[in-house]
Ligand binder design. Sequence first.
Ligand code: HEM
Length: 247
Amino acid sequence: MSGVSIFLWVIVPYVCLAIFVVGHYWRYRYDKFGWTTRSSQLYERRLLRWGSPLFHFGILFALAGHIIGLGIPESWTSAVGLSEAGYHAMAISIGAIAGVATLAGLAILIYRRRTVGPVFSATTRNDKLMYLLLTVTILAGLSNTLLGNAIGQSANYRVSVSPWFRSIFYFHPHPELMAHAGIGYQVHAISACLLFALWPFTRLVHVFSAPIGYLTRPYIVYRSRTPQQLGNRPTARGWERVGGPRG
Ligand code: HEM
């Protein structure tokens, strides 16, 4: 096994995962009030209304596909009677729709970020790096799904990329599996690892937010105008209303 393979498929993934875990702990301890999407809805809504749902619903479906494709061994799906051809037909149809929606959403969000002045001003250097890694990861992933199937290479990712991915979590890594995977899969996996390392230092921390109602609430929680809208809930310390009954 070459040193490059060990570096790329053992050292990089473990270092990135360690930064992901320790980074989230650090961010939660020291930047609780910065645990936010840093929403820019106040500056622009029209493009956000299209870009954000396209991106988020696309990525949720892609995530479900990854849990199945990377987490479930080929032998298990065969054992329940799902043939490889059947599995890939499902993966390419759902995966392609999810991937195209994610990419279209991301393109709208990046276009918005670049062209709407106040949104661009609120974009940090970390954000720019995050968008770059997201774009590379998603482009490489989608090209694997589309081209990999077209040139017949996708058939083998469940016996190369997927067992390598699982081997990282068994603490018994198999770098040789990735060393022989196609270049598209290699670029996708490395940019995903780098994205995981950057994750805790970006707005992506909002993915780990509770409660789940966060998925459906407005981007920004606006204050209610009338006392009736507040209900009977007692005011928490530090959140007293200012300026009398109409606040
Ligand atoms: C090390 C982690 C990852 C591995 C091993 C991995 C592996 C894969 C594989 C094998 C495919 C092709 C699926 C097929 O052809 O059916 C794929 C597609 C894709 N990946 Fe990943 N991936 C990883 C992380 C990510 C991340 C972090 C993102 C997004 C930020 C992402 C986004 C996508 C998208 C959008 C597609 C195309 C649509 C789809 O098939 O779901 N991947 N990935």
